[in-house]
Design a protein around this ligand. Sequence first.
Ligand code: FAD
Length: 478
Amino acid sequence: MTERVVIVGNGMAGARLAAELHARAGDRKVTVLGAEPHRAYNRIMLSALLAGRIRERDVALAEAAGHGGDLRPGVPVTGIDRAGRTVRTADGDRIGYDHLVLATGSRAVVPPLPGLDGELPRRVVPFRTLDDCRRILAVADGARSALVLGGGLLGLEAARALATRGLATTVVHPTGHLMERQLDPAAGAVLAGTLAGLGVTIQLAVAATGVAADAAGVRLALADGRSLHADLLVLSCGVRPDTTLAAAAGLAVRRGVVVDDRLRTSDERISAIGDCAEHDGTLTGLVAPAWAQAGVLAQVLSGAEPPARYRPRPAVTRLKAAGIDLAAMGDATGDGPDEELTFTDPARGTYARLRIRDERLTGAILLGDNPTIGTVIQLFDRGQPVPADRRSLLLGRASGAAGTAPAASPALMPDAATVCQCNAVTKGALVSCWRSGARSVDAVLAATRAGTGCGGCRDAVAGIVDWLSQADSVEVTR
Ligand SMILES: Cc1cc2nc3c(=O)[nH]c(=O)nc-3n(C[C@H](O)[C@H](O)[C@H](O)COP(=O)(O)OP(=O)(O)OC[C@H]3O[C@@H](n4cnc5c(N)ncnc54)[C@H](O)[C@@H]3O)c2cc1C
């Protein structure tokens, strides 16, 4: 009998799962119900859209075209009847399922400030969805100034984007340094300096106490008695997993919907993936684990043998803003007994911190011009021993001693090196794709999905394809 799989949420995880199921054999009907009225899009590229580096049509996800099932955008699910195995939709429909997948993502947190209760004023916009992005752009058009509340990763991407558009932009952040979840105070200070040079003013260690907005502008009151005025206020105060449906249906929910290694919730006919899922006490909030979970769940639902299990990989966070190169990974901010290597050059906006235990990286922050960034990410990702000459890893310069950092040249890269972090595509996978006939950068990208997330690996993939084609032409000439 045809198995009915219903996916709630047509975001990055839901759309990937639908495409993965479509690519696998099996007698199943897949229905995707998405609250947003759009085709699935690449949420992580909204920062680039805000900055004007890409157009709206460029944020479409490849998955949106290759789904093959019953896709219903603009149809929010309002309830789950677990006993009857149906979901209810806002348009009054009831849809039966044999297996239900929650891929409901996260919602932007709106801080509980006077002036932000109820419907948000037109000039005050969170930054989570394509519609949010359109609203920000509509207000920014003709505006001269902007405030961003929250100096985390997304707040800084938004601020840089608005400054690129020529708006005098100020970030207001409640703690003493920027991106405190990923950076230590020294890195935060160097980053603040870099942003200042790019036209973004930073106000640290000051809480917002209220918002007043009208047709003329928006005023943000601060705890130290000052108030800041601008044409636009972007809220970037974190996200919260959307567990509304799961909680109402009586599923186990902590901060997210609790899932096991097979991505099953407390009801074995219901799974959860992506931002809304909590695996082993951890929320992810990143696309790489969301897509890894979609891949594992597709195998589980297809009855793959041996049974697939989700195993989290270490996360690497990168800021995607023009003029700022920042990567942070692992426990880089701790002050435990690990070996520490640091390098700071505030005048050039460069900072590096590596933490090492038992010859392995436990965390790293690399900001600005750090030539070893690719090598550090690889060593961290694969848990490999660091070179004996630490200086080569920190500065990209060998001291002459044995054991220098591995070079980033494609020829010297090990096959197991991850090139695309979002899709976990290794150099070996790119090479076998080339060998099986994909003979251009576009063909290799399409076949492996490398480059379809943040797009940061496209140059590296092009370098590998170039190296492969040169190696082939040498073979032919010989
Ligand atoms: C501007 C921005 C930049 C980012 N940059 C990065 C980055 O560089 N790297 C990175 O790894 N991550 C980044 N992220 C985070 C990344 O986008 C998320 O981790 C990813 O989108 C998670 O996918 P998801 O499918 O779980 O959730 P989402 O993509 O949020 O999709 C969830 C979908 O479910 C829908 N939904 C919710 N409830 C219902 C319901 N009841 N019925 C029907 N549909 C429902 C929602 O409307 C939404 O469309 C960024 C996020 C933003 C906003």
